[in-house]
Design a protein around this ligand. Structure first.
Ligand SMILES: N[C@@H](CCC(=O)N[C@@H](CS)C(=O)NCC(=O)O)C(=O)O
Length: 190
């Protein structure tokens, strides 16, 4: 099985961590380089990573890749509560990506604009919910949910896009999981 993705992508990192210790090949690429983009487009017309190729089967979209791996590796099915938590984590990640890409495109994200307000509101609503989940021990196991939360929070610190200090449970949890399986070897800092 091959995983195509960029080295810093938090979505890709989820699967590098989940698959740590299993037989798979990681094919790093630059999603913003024309040549790599053309190659990626052949596998995923939406031009996004992660993508996995397992024999003849190509699968993209993290949610779908997870379902594929759930079946293949016989991982436990998520409860609806866990599915909702994963939706919050995905929403958080997507909002941060919008803010980062906006900044990189030269926009001032502190401006009073609807698109930035929506992302900021979402982030400011989701972080306290996840802070409470961590306090309640809902992310105590190193499973796909915990890995997904870890990769978004670690990426936030790596990209310096948000101050997490108002959320001490999340910050402590992030720190505690720095030694979890697959984390060190997938660190985007190098
Ligand atoms: N909803 C997608 C999001 C994946 C995503 O945002 N990937 C980013 C890298 S972190 C990407 O490929 N960006 C390139 C682009 O948007 O053209 C998933 O869950 O897989």
């Amino acid at each position: 099985m091959k995983l195509i993705g960029t080295q810093p992508s938090p979505y890709v990192r989820r699967f590098r961590i989940l698959l740590a210790g299993s037989e798979f090949e990681f094919q790093p690429m630059d999603v913003y380089a024309d040549e790599d983009r053309a190659i990626l487009e052949q596998q995923n017309p939406a031009n996004r990573v992660p993508v996995i190729i397992d024999g003849e089967q190509v699968v993209y979209e993290s949610r779908v890749i997870f379902r594929y791996l759930q079946q293949k590796l016989d991982l436990p099915v998520l409860s609806w509560e866990q599915e909702n938590r994963l939706s919050l984590i995905d929403a958080l990640q997507d909002s941060y990506i919008v803010l980062l890409l906006s900044k990189r495109s030269g926009f001032d994200v502190s401006q009073d604009k609807l698109i930035y307000k929506l992302q900021n509101d979402r982030i400011n609503n989701v972080l306290p919910a996840l802070e409470q989940d961590v306090k309640d021990g809902k992310l105590a196991d190193w499973d796909y949910l915990a890995i997904s939360l870890f990769t978004v929070l670690d990426w936030v610190q790596f990209r310096d896009v948000w101050d997490l200090s108002p959320y001490p449970a999340l910050v402590n949890w992030l720190q505690e999981n720095q030694s979890s399986k697959g984390v060190a070897e997938t660190d985007p800092r190098g």
